[in-house]
Design a binder for this molecule. Sequence first.
Ligand SMILES: [Zn+2]
Length: 101
Amino acid sequence: MVNELTGNRSPHVDVEWILPWFDKHWKDQSCPICGNHSWQIEDSPYRLDPVRFQKNGMYIISHSTRLVIPVMCETCGYIVMFDAAKTGVLWFESENETDNE
Ligand SMILES: [Zn+2]
């Protein structure tokens, strides 16, 4: 299946680039649950697909897919997500580096 956002290429989060972005935009980097300041950044973005349920129990996946970068608190597991397009820190593997999906 071809991802409509990325073609056949696999997007990855460039952690070296996102850390300065976090320092600029994420003012209070303490976890709202436990107060920890240590976070783990996923190296692959996650894909969010809005789902609309119908009366017959079937559902439709919307075409407005969003890629997000999950960042997890290393102490309690709380996860915060950043819109990948807003951060501008995704890069894409060439096709010969990707796994077959
Ligand atoms: Zn926490």
